[in-house]
Ligand binder design. Structure first.
Ligand code: B12
Length: 489
């Protein structure tokens, strides 16, 4: 038997379908005996894995790990399984080992690392473990041999979603994953493409997947959504693709095909691409049920956008703020502030820019994060923005330390180029703007709590006075609004 383990990554109320292990399960379905263990669902996933080991012969424990608390949970379980059952081979896949394969393989409890897309690599690894092929013929695999020597096989070319079978939803209690959200009572998730063709210098997708994007056909996306609606009563969906809209003709076709499902939905898109879309396409997107679009606006400085190879302009972001308002779609703008070259100027300009966005479209949701360096792949020159060198930890345990967890979660990167004063300004502005315009996405927050935060913060925002927002910290502690995009534990 093969165990596919998805360690806990979020609070139970934010639990969503574990797409990574579902994609792997699709590759195994009908061919292999396997079991999914989801830490977002089970109280004690390690105990559940131990129970499976006691009852079956386990050929492989496949562990999915994103950087952050999910990696910590992956580490703790893998360590325990290795201690109690040293003969069970353990393979890590997902964003953490794809971006930091060295750190993952340095752990005694990780035998194999799958980099990037995992379906075919997993099948070939199983073949190799059964002696039907050699390990070094498995593309996308890194491993330690019996002498402890490290091998990194070549990259695996990426395949499009249509080349793989559907997720075997019946292997999970889907109803437990369709929780209420701002978008509906039963919100599903779907990934309708894989990868991203852009080279933004701070993004982990490029580092894990290279710079290609392959899209699912509109027919298949709509067939899967129909299944989620008809079999499980989904009334809303969040698309997790990096770029849900890459081509206008594809966007039109998809929206026209899905409109009859009456779903309310959220997706991620780029301001440069969407600012070129016609009014008819915007209207079709709205008609199809789109309620909110996440945009990586990143900075209010064009020189920073250029340096980080983002490929968008501040003018395009303002244009999107205006057009989303015109069509009644809420834009969610994310910023990564405090870049290495001139963080003070970048911060000043970006805070001013956010205020401008709010004037154009007060409904805009604002997400503020600290610029966090991510290793860049060799094909992008391997150099990080600002030519900085970061002493990344060389083991999962190193990454689990508090300072690196804060780094990963973009709470405090401890960046040597960022003065504490500038960091404070970013954090203070975040709390002021987040109180002045509390997110609409926290559906549990009562109306009075939003009004209270708005009243309390109004004078600060009006006077541009962000220093020492003690009262807002206190109020936010009690009200504790959900932080979109920071849904980890
Ligand atoms: C969904 C999601 C979340 C959800 C997770 C929901 C859940 N189900 O638990 C939530 C909202 C909780 C979340 C939180 C965070 N996330 Co997140 N998230 C994503 C997102 C949007 C989609 C991931 C996904 O489902 N992909 C679809 C599946 C099919 O693809 P996949 O995961 O890559 O899996 C494939 C391969 O990796 C491989 N694989 C994966 N696991 C395994 C295991 C084995 C054994 C094998 C063989 C192969 C394998 O095979 C799979 C199929 O091909 C990605 C961005 C993106 N679009 O990819 C960011 C992303 C992964 N997140 C990221 C980050 C930073 C975070 C946070 C740290 C954010 C924060 N500031 O708090 C937290 C940390 C979470 C944690 N607790 O550890 C970054 C990671 C890169 C980086 N820079 O570190 C990403 C890439 C976003 C970005 N552009 O930067 N996230």
């Amino acid at each position: 038997m093969i165990i596919l383990y998805h360690p806990r990554a979020t609070r139970p109320r934010s639990r969503r379908l574990p797409l990574a292990v579902l994609a792997l399960a699709a590759a195994l379905e009908g061919k292999e005996q396997y079991e999914i263990v989801d830490g977002n669902l089970e109280d004690d996933p390690t105990a559940r894995i131990l129970e499976l080991i006691a009852r079956h012969k386990i050929e492989l424990l496949g562990v999915s790990a994103m950087p952050g608390p999910q990696m910590v949970a992956a580490m703790e379980t893998s360590r325990e399984i290795r201690r109690l059952h040293p003969h069970v081979p353990i393979c890590w896949g997902g964003y953490f080992p794809s971006i930091y394969p060295d750190a993952a393989l340095n752990a005694r409890y990780v035998d194999f690392v799958v980099r990037g897309q995992g379906e075919d690599t997993l099948l070939e690894l199983l073949d190799a473990l059964r002696g039907n092929r050699s390990l070094d013929s498995v593309k996308g695999l890194s491993y330690k041999d019996m002498f402890g020597l490290r091998h990194d096989n070549g990259e695996r070319p990426m395949k499009g979603p249509d080349e793989f079978p559907w997720s075997p939803f019946h292997r999970l209690p889907v109803e437990k994953y369709l929780g209420p959200s701002f978008f509906g009572k039963r919100t599903a998730v779907h990934h309708a493409s894989i990868g991203c063709p852009f080279n933004c210098s701070f993004c982990g997708v490029h580092a894990a997947y290279g710079n290609k994007e392959k899209m699912e056909s509109p027919e298949r996306t709509v067939a899967i959504l129909t299944h989620l609606v008809e079999c499980y009563g989904a009334d809303s969906v969040q698309f997790y693709d990096m770029n849900f809209f890459l081509r206008e003709d594809h966007a039109r076709e998809l929206c026209d095909r899905m409109a009859h499902l009456n779903l309310r939905w959220w997706c991620e898109a780029r301001v440069d691409i969407m600012s070129r879309y016609s009014d008819e396409t915007f209207a079709a997107i709205k008609r199809a049920g789109c309620a909110m679009i996440f945009f990586g606006a990143e900075s209010g400085s064009d020189w920073v956008l250029e340096e980080m190879q983002k490929g968008i302009t501040t003018q395009q972001t303002l244009e999107i703020a205006r057009r989303t308002r015109q069509f009644g779609i809420i834009p969610e703008f994310s910023f990564v502030i405090g870049n290495p070259n001139d963080p003070d100027r970048d911060t000043r300009e970006t805070l001013r820019f956010i205020r401008k966005i709010k004037r154009i479209n007060p409904d805009s949701e604002i997400i503020i994060q600290h610029y966090t360096p991510t290793p860049q792949p060799h094909d992008a020159g391997g150099e990080m923005y600002g030519k900085i060198e970061v002493p990344f930890p060389d083991s999962p345990a190193g990454w689990a330390a508090k300072e690196w967890m804060n780094f990963t979660l973009r709470i405090d990167t401890n960046a040597p180029w960022l003065k504490r004063r500038t960091k404070k300004l970013i954090d203070n502005f975040e709390i002021v703007v987040g109180s002045r315009w509390p997110t609409v996405q926290d559906i549990r927050a009562p109306r009075w709590s939003r009004i209270f935060l708005q009243v309390l913060s109004a004078w600060r925002y009006a006077l541009h006075f962000y220093n020492f927002p003690f009262e807002l910290h206190l109020a936010n502690q009690f009200i504790s609004l959900r932080k979109p995009k920071r849904e980890s534990l």
